[in-house]
Design a protein around this ligand. Structure first.
Ligand code: HEM
Length: 229
């Protein structure tokens, strides 16, 4: 068994603050939008909590952004620029999730600290973190004080447009959470990826020939520095 250090501390801190924050934002957002159906708290409390948690989550985002911008681990988010290679690997991963996993096939992707995501994760996480999350932050900020940001709100088409985008992304994230947690449970054991997001270390079975010191990794760059004894 090899232990591979895939989740550095800043990523873990960011992730769990973010996850808790998103759950709180979804619950308070539901209370704000469907006050007549849910009675968890008053409208005013829901708005106050939603605003405060929103600011915490926005600030917390910069832990993730700065960590990756100023670390060599940014390679985990580098896209595969060869379309043939990308589609081949993505298709292999879809086939694994679709039925390979049911037959007990091994996961075609092997994580290392510089290449920890499979092709589907790499693309989805990039779109989420660099596009969808920032749009949600900006629309949330504009709705927080529509008078102060009246110019920007009007420029974007008015409060209805900004609010619709914010709610559509909210629905996306509510759905994303279920898929994300389900896929995160498909590790070596159901809890393996969750543990790794707390400890930093992912465990992987040794493959034949894996301990050969002369063996060169063909997966990403420099997997060895993150290996733990
Ligand atoms: C209760 C809620 C959540 C749980 C239990 C959870 C669980 C996990 C786990 C186990 C991983 C590591 C395995 C993997 O990469 O798939 C992970 C990674 C990740 N999650 Fe979540 N997650 C939650 C909420 C969220 C939310 C709300 C977002 C985004 C808005 C998010 C974005 C990410 C990203 C971008 C990564 C990769 C992080 C990196 O290494 O750079 N997660 N999550």
């Amino acid at each position: 068994m090899r232990r591979i250090y895939v989740n550095p501390l800043p990523v873990r801190v960011w992730h769990w603050i973010n996850a808790t924050g998103f759950v709180a934002l979804i619950v308070t957002g539901l209370q704000i939008r469907y006050g007549g159906l849910i009675g968890l708290m008053s409208f005013e409390t829901a708005v106050d909590l939603h605003n405060w948690v929103g600011f915490v989550v926005i600030g917390n985002y910069f832990i993730w952004l700065f960590f990756y911008l100023f670390s060599d681990k940014i390679t985990v988010y580098h896209p595969e620029l060869n379309p043939r290679k990308y589609y081949r690997e993505a298709f292999r991963q879809i086939r694994y999730y679709g039925f390979g996993i049911l037959r007990g096939d091994p996961n075609p992707h092997h994580a290392n600290p510089y290449n920890k995501f499979n092709p589907l994760q790499r693309m989805l996480y990039q779109i989420i973190m660099l596009l969808i999350v920032p749009i949600q932050f900006v629309t949330g900020l504009l709705l927080w004080d529509v008078t102060r940001f009246a110019g920007a709100v009007e420029w974007l088409g008015g409060v209805r447009v900004v609010d619709t985008v914010h709610v559509l992304i909210f629905i996306f994230f509510a759905g994303f959470l279920f898929i994300h947690i389900y896929l995160a449970s498909l590790g070596r054991t159901p809890s393996a990826h969750f543990k790794a997001m707390f400890t930093g270390y992912e465990e992987e079975e040794d493959e034949a020939g894996e301990d050969d010191p002369g063996r060169k990794s063909t997966r990403g760059t420099g997997g060895e520095p993150g290996l733990a004894p």
